[in-house]
Design a protein around this ligand. Structure first.
Ligand SMILES: Cc1cc2nc3c(=O)[nH]c(=O)nc-3n(C[C@H](O)[C@H](O)[C@H](O)COP(=O)(O)OP(=O)(O)OC[C@H]3O[C@@H](n4cnc5c(N)ncnc54)[C@H](O)[C@@H]3O)c2cc1C
Length: 495
């Protein structure tokens, strides 16, 4: 049995993504002696970029919202103590943050530019849909109200829990129908839901607001890369006395008499603690518990949760001498007759860190059906056919985005990844990109995932509250509130 450095209260955290590292820093600030256990050789989970041909390719970090002084994510980054270390560039200064292209505009525009600012967004909607002024007024009133609640962090500081957000759980689609929005307008409003993995008709208004409003507050790119952000977080944790152990997966969560007692790793090492926070997918954490440690009903609830789909991504380089980087993101998509966006392709063309090349990133739905033949294989051992199938899909996607960003001369694909890659990398069930789906259908079953049926065992990570860097850190704060109690939380956590 390893005994951790003497601290009054020890905490063990499973997983070192943004969920695990934010959880670790928060608990360290509150006086816990924290050890993070990560199965991969390097920390960071989906936040970590990987290197191909000397170029950092980001996975789960393309742009961030609400980082202006005093804004929501900035307050969270300030609390974590990392803002000063991050080279950030503001987006949307001389143009849009996002440019949407509709390939089959049904009674709507071919293009819509998403600017910074709620007022500018409203003006853009009204200019694009001049006949729908009152529907837009109704939608904006709701957006402003819930964006304000989010910004004031009412879910953390007004004794609200996600279950109390029931008023905000009405599907956005029902609201848009009530307001009489056209399919064209719905198409524009559906994009933020897709970006967090929720089919637009199932997206509760609250989650739509979180995905949309945070980027309307302000939008930013990290000039460095995901690995840099991970290093900053790990350094901060180390400065606070915590540590990250990499390269050993947790094999078992040890429980005695209904209380958590520690963790056993794959190599047999044991670590003891009365507080354990699992930040891997909830199903993965529950699978680490012995079968008689939890009630079957709790196990069934967790394993029955529907997850978001996986994603397919392409990273490629193009010569910087003949292409210009795009200061905005491009979303190209089809909409159906009801206005639901399908086959969305996210495109980013930006500096690569190497003067001669720009980095092109495309992200789209996982195309799970294509990878079934390799389901039982693991990363690095899938063979040439898999590589060829990925390349064929990549080439098709590149052709699809060229009409919008121009012909990509001299392009070389440097990497592609599928849901199987994500599955093997971070243990996400079926390669789910955003974990548990925050759809209106499972608002109740997916609420309050922070607590578990075992005393001393909590959950954090993107599945407990909302995905994205913002949603995941908020999830860590809610879990902290359960761990230390509302009174102490509100006294000691100043955001
Ligand atoms: C393609 C893509 C693009 C995205 N773009 C953005 C964006 O631009 N902006 C934004 O805000 N968000 C974005 N996101 C979402 C964001 O990246 C995620 O919500 C966030 O990174 C999830 O963090 P996490 O800590 O919950 O999970 P993870 O990063 O998956 O961390 C879980 C960790 O647990 C570890 N683990 C699992 N099992 C074990 C075990 N048994 N023992 C030890 N360790 C274990 C895993 O290895 C992993 O490191 C994107 C996501 C994807 C997939």
């Amino acid at each position: 049995m390893h005994h951790l450095p003497h601290q009054n209260k020890k905490a063990l955290i499973i997983g070192s993504g943004i969920g695990g590292l934010s959880m670790a820093i928060i608990l360290s600030k509150l006086g816990f002696g924290v050890t993070v256990i990560e199965k991969s050789r390097q920390p960071g989970g989906m936040l970590r970029s990987y290197i191909r041909r000397g170029i950092h390719c980001n996975v789960g970090l393309h742009y961030l919202g609400a980082l202006d002084k005093g804004q929501l994510l900035r307050r969270l980054f300030d609390y974590l103590g990392i803002t000063e270390k991050l080279p950030l560039t503001r987006m949307g200064v001389h143009g849009p943050v996002d440019r949407y292209y509709f390939t089959n505009a049904i009674d709507g525009p071919r293009q819509f530019d998403m600017p910074v600012g709620l007022d500018a967004y409203e003006a853009g909607l009204k200019e694009t849909f001049p006949k729908e002024q009152s529907a837009i007024d109704g939608f904006m009133a709701l957006l402003r109200q819930s964006a304000g609640q989010l910004d004031r962090l009412e879910l953390l500081f007004r004794n609200q829990t996600p279950a109390d957000l029931i008023d905000l759980t009405e599907p956005l689609w029902e609201i848009l129908d009530r307001l009489g929005c056209s399919p064209g307008l719905k198409g524009v409003l559906s994009v933020p839901s897709v970006w967090i993995g929720i089919p637009p008709p199932l997206c509760p208004q609250f989650y739509h607001t979180m995905a949309l409003a945070s980027y309307l507050f302000s939008a930013w790119r990290l000039e460095s890369n995901g690995a840099h952000l991970v290093n900053v977080l790990v350094q901060r944790l180390t400065d606070l006395g915590g540590r990250v152990l990499c390269g050993q997966a947790v094999q078992r969560i040890d429980v005695r008499g209904g209380d958590v007692t520690g963790l056993t790793l794959e190599n047999g090492e044991q670590y003891d603690a009365q507080l354990v926070v699992g930040t891997a997918h909830p199903k993965v954490v529950v699978d680490l518990l012995g079968s008689n440690t939890i009630k079957p009903s709790y196990g069934r609830r967790i394993t029955g949760l529907v997850n978001t789909d996986g994603m397919f991504a392409v990273n490629a380089v193009v010569p910087a001498s003949i292409h210009k980087s795009l200061p905005y993101n491009v979303f190209s998509m089809k909409t159906d007759t009801g206005g639901v966006a399908h086959n969305v392709i996210y495109t980013q063309l930006r500096a690569s860190g190497r003067p001669e090349s720009l980095l092109l990133t495309l992200i789209t739905r996982g195309h799970n059906e294509l990878w079934r033949p390799w389901e039982k294989t693991c990363s690095g051992h899938r063979g040439d056919d898999y590589g060829a199938a990925k390349m064929a899909l990549a080439r098709g996607l590149i052709k699809k985005v060229e009409p919008f960003i121009g012909q990509l001369k001299g392009l070389e694909v440097i990497d592609t990844y599928t849901p199987l890659t994500i599955r093997d990398w971070v243990n996400s069930p079926d390669g789910s990109a955003y974990g548990v789906m925050r759809s209106d259908r499972q608002m109740l079953s997916a609420s309050l995932l922070n607590r578990t049926a075992v005393k001393g065992l909590y959950l954090a990570g993107q599945s407990v509250m909302a995905p994205g860097i913002l949603g995941t850190i908020l999830g860590s704060l809610i879990t902290t509130k359960f761990i230390v109690g509302s009174k102490r939380f509100e006294k000691e956590v100043q955001l």
